[in-house]
Design a protein. Sequence first.
Length: 313
Amino acid sequence: MKVTHQLGSGLSAVSGLEIRFDSEDNVFSSGKFGNPTTNKLFAGLAYEGIGTLTLGKQATNGDDVQLNDNAYAWGADNNLLISAEKSIKFRSVEWHGFSLGLDYVFGNANKKTSVKDNPLGNYEDKYAYQTSLFYSRALAQDLMLNLAAGYGVNKYDYESTRTAYTNITWRTAAQVVYGSMSFGAEYGKMISKEHDTKEKTIQTLLVSASYQVTEPSKVYVQWNNLKVKNHLAFGTEVDYLVVHNWKKSVDTLIVGADYKLHKNVLAYVEYAYEKAKATSDIYDYQVNPTVKVFSTNHQVKNNKLGVGLRVFF
């Protein structure tokens, strides 16, 4: 629910509230809806010809960078920060097809420093900032080009204000819309650093196409690719065996269709074929830490079919 109130002289007050049912306590497997929770709650000001500034629990501009994810059940991950518990968000008006988005996310001021409160020693949000750029242009009659890009930095700490973990993310997206058809591709990357050491790299690739068969119904096909690489070695259940060069790749092909039963009710059916592969090198530090003992190669294939219903209040 969004509310706008005109204040005069081009200035208006805006606010928003979104309630969702949580998914805790295995509510999906139990057939229950879960408990209603506040998913978004924000307020701010909009100035004609400039843009909108809001504060609160809200989606970030990074959520809009993902242009081509048509899937409902097994869609692609947006590697940018897409929502925040406490953030300031600015979105400019469109100017010659361009618009700018800026986000600043506040961290958690109450650090869980004790073992009792934080037994796993998890990092907590320190702060994050993100910038996004959007461009839309009509190339010809019924032909539209949409471009988007985002860059963000997330900082995490533990016990003190010193930064212990950093995620650097960026994403680009392009989409062409011709009449009832759309085609698009996206690429994103995240680099994770523990202190000043690179720990992990994640890459995402998305290619999709959709066709609006009739006014209430759309069909779509989508391919998602996820690649994860650990740059640091880690131990195993056997003390002297150490894993190096751990890599994971997941390819997902999705085919689906939706149908709008009502302006606030949408039904969909979706099929996904998923192929995951993980590889690593094992070193025996008890014998010779520089000589590889053996390599691992695990593959898993899954076929998934889902039917769902979305109700928009």
